[in-house]
Ligand binder design. Structure first.
Ligand code: CA
Length: 232
């Protein structure tokens, strides 16, 4: 199951896509213009985008560039009537991962969405991850620190996963609260610090001098898998 942000202004098509994607078990967010998509993106971090180009308030390509500049690595599938070779190249150059032209066959779209999500999982945090002394098997919900099984909680695992998904980029406490705890960001930012402290004990050689789970002053935290190649 993935969070899909669908940006499509044709109502009938939007409805068909929403129904089909939901039938595949995905959580679907639907925006009918660029402004609505921007609003949704303040709260949702989609696992995949389906992006129309001809939108009432602008060109979907702008949004495509914006999504990439915002640091999202989620796959973007452009779904458009523009079928020239130039348009395809332009779309892929703007940061899209796949390009489909209308009219299209629904089963093909569903198959492409699945393929993109599979690839994303593969390149993303994956089923297992190693950070510092910590190793996590996300599928089996097991974790080891220095080779020994440790009792990590569901929330701790989810927190590591979220930080890993952001690939070393800074993540605010507010974002962590909304995304990991699914709580109102205005309360309890201290909770995040407490959890970070706990996770550091599993990850860091010396939790008082973290090399992986780093403070970002005035923002929050970022998680670096390999400090040697950290170029942020
Ligand atoms: Ca359109």
């Amino acid at each position: 199951m993935a969070k899909v942000l669908l940006i499509e202004d044709t109502r009938t098509l939007g409805l068909t896509l929403e129904v089909s994607l939901k039938a595949q078990g995905h959580e679907v967010y639907w925006a009918d213009c660029i402004a609505a998509a921007r609003e949704l993106l303040k709260q949702v971090h989609p696992d995949l985008f389906i992006l129309d180009l001809g939108l009432p308030d602008g060109d979907g390509l702008e949004l495509c560039v914006e999504i990439r500049n915002g640091g999202s690595i989620a796959p973007i599938l452009i779904l458009t009537a523009r079928d020239s070779l130039y348009a395809r190249i332009e779309g892929l150059s703007a940061g899209a991962d796949d390009y489909m032209t209308k009219p299209f066959e629904l089963p093909e779209l569903v198959a492409r969405v699945d393929a993109l999500l599979r690839r994303q999982r593969w390149h993303g945090a994956g089923e297992r991850a190693c950070v510092g002394l910590l190793e996590i098997d996300f599928r089996r919900h097991q974790a080891w620190s220095k080779g020994e099984l440790v009792p990590m909680t569901e929330l701790e695992v989810k927190l590591v996963r979220h930080l890993l998904d952001r690939k070393g980029h800074p993540v605010s406490r507010e974002e962590l609260l909304t995304r990991v705890w699914e709580q109102d960001a205005s309360t309890q930012t201290r909770t995040v610090d407490v959890f970070i402290g706990r996770i550091r004990r599993y990850i860091e050689q010396d939790p008082t001098k973290p090399k992986h789970l780093l403070n970002v002053r005035g923002v929050g935290y970022r998680l670096v898998t390999d400090p040697k190649v950290d170029d942020l």
